[in-house]
Each structure stands twice: as C-alpha cells, then as structure tokens.
Design a protein around this ligand. Structure first.
Ligand SMILES: [Zn+2]
Length: 177
C-alpha cells in the first residue's frame, strides 16, 4: 500500500493547504504506525513535481519494475486536505466505497468528488493501480498568496488522519455485506 501526497507547491504561495496539509498527514501516519508489525508493506511517499504535471508520481510509477507495480494493492493520495469544508473522495470505485463506509461509521461527512481532480493518484490509475484521493474541495485560496496556515482547519486534518488510519488498520477491506 502507498500513502502519499505531493510536497512541492508553486512560487507565489506558501502552500499551506496545497500541499503542506497532505504531506503533514502522511508524516503523522508514518509516525503513528512506526515500529508496528503489519501484515503488509506500507510506503509513505512525498512526491515532487505535482504542480508541473504530476511529474514525480508519474516517474515513480514508470520506474517501478512490473513485479513491484503488481504488488501495489492500493494508493491513498492526500492533497489539499485542510480547508474548513466537508471532505471528498475520488478515484477507484471500490476504494471510494470503502472510505464512504469508514466515514459513515466515524460520523465524518464525506462526499464523492468529480472524477477529474488532478493529482498524483491519476498517475497510478493510468497504470491500472487502484488509487484514491481524499481532499477538501475548496480550491479558492490554493495557488495564491492566501494559502496560509491560519486557514487550515485542525479538526478537518484530524478527520483525514483518522480515516486514513482506520483504512490502514482495516486493510484488507472487507466487501460490503
Ligand atoms: Zn496539490
């Protein structure tokens, strides 16, 4: 399983929500499960070059030998996860359903975002690797000087962390009954 988020941003912005928010949750998750024996491998990846066309994730996927690629069961991409709005999920249908179930069980509002949220999960989907993105679909301030830390919502970030953690702990997902 891969849990990732891009750590690059663009020149005109502080990049708090896009994407220090996602990178921070990736690091927090890595710290949380550090040293814990898991029946599977998790790779935590901070991708570069997302803003110039998903370059980092595309390079990563292309550089993997076929056998390595086949071992990736799920990819969770965290991008722009800190706005003070309800969360959204987009990508692989089965993973989407899994996150909607987890959110329901956890009392978190989660909706389905449009299919074409441009971010690193697309590099994996294009290689037929199941991938999904969690995001806060409020994109007014990203790529502007106003993408600052004071706009980030701690409660939303905590929800993202919790959902991702539950996803990890519940792996492999059981089919809905
Ligand atoms: Zn981004």
């Amino acid at each position: 399983m891969i849990i990732g988020g891009h750590y690059d941003t663009i020149a005109e912005t502080g990049g708090a929500n896009d994407n220090a928010s996602g990178t921070a949750v990736v690091l927090a998750l890595a710290k949380k499960i550090q040293g814990r024996p898991l029946p599977f491998t998790v790779r935590f990846i901070a991708f570069g070059g997302e803003e110039i066309g998903l370059e980092g994730s595309r390079f990563y996927v292309e550089s993997l030998p076929e056998a390595e690629r086949a071992r990736i069961q799920f990819v969770l991409n965290l991008d722009v996860v800190g706005a003070r709005v309800p969360l959204a999920v987009s990508g692989d249908a089965r993973l989407r359903e899994r996150f909607l179930e987890l959110a329901l069980a956890d009392g978190v509002r989660l909706s389905t975002a449009p299919e074409d949220v441009p971010s690193d999960h697309l590099s994996f989907l294009q290689a037929d690797i199941p991938a999904v993105i969690l995001t806060t679909p409020e994109f007014t301030f990203i790529h502007t000087p106003e993408d600052t830390i004071d706009r980030l919502d701690a409660q939303t970030l905590a929800q993202v962390f919790r959902l991702a953690r539950r996803f990890l702990e519940g792996f492999p997902p059981q089919p809905a009954s």
